[in-house]
Design a protein around this ligand. Structure first.
Ligand code: HEC
Length: 125
């Protein structure tokens, strides 16, 4: 059992550092689930064109969580940075509901990485 935990931990670490080396721009990680161009299709997550300055949960994406469907905030640099770092925590802060959940996993793009992601999102206008 202990050995499995150690193995899982090293796989996670390896995954982390590989993702680090493969960092080919902020969109590289997000594009598995999102498109960025105007009118782009929704994938696992909604299209992100014009996301900065847009009301959260307001595209015609059908699979929003309850928290995003009922969202009352507008995406800005600050809340997007929190979102791409830790969406699971951000959704609780943004809704003010400690039980709120989002369907988007934690992306762990924090600090400088979050700045880079948001700088990229701002170009989608
Ligand atoms: C594994 C799939 C996946 C990845 C990877 C992913 N997202 Fe998401 N994203 C989602 C899903 C699903 C939602 C809808 C969440 C909900 O309804 O709770 C979402 C929602 C969002 C929203 C809110 C959209 C709106 O209309 O309010 C933003 C902004 C966002 N993602 C940005 C990003 C960025 C930037 C990245 C890369 C750092 C990223 N996502 C990576 C699946 C993903």
């Amino acid at each position: 059992m202990k050995r499995m935990i150690v193995m899982a931990a090293s796989v996670a670490l390896l995954g982390g550092s590989l993702a680090g080396t493969a960092w080919a721009g902020p969109e590289s990680k997000c594009k598995a689930c999102h498109t960025f161009e105007q009118g782009g299709r929704h994938k696992t997550g909604p299209n992100l064109f014009g996301i900065v300055g847009k009301k959260a949960g307001s595209t015609d994406f059908k699979k929003y969580s309850k928290a995003l469907k009922n969202a009352d905030w507008v995406w800005n640099e600050e809340n997007l940075k929190a979102w791409v770092c830790d969406s699971k925590k951000a959704i609780r802060d943004l809704t003010g509901d400690e039980h709120a959940k989002t369907r988007m996993g934690k992306q762990k793009k924090c600090g400088d990485d979050a700045e880079a992601v948001v700088a990229f999102l701002k170009t989608l206008q």
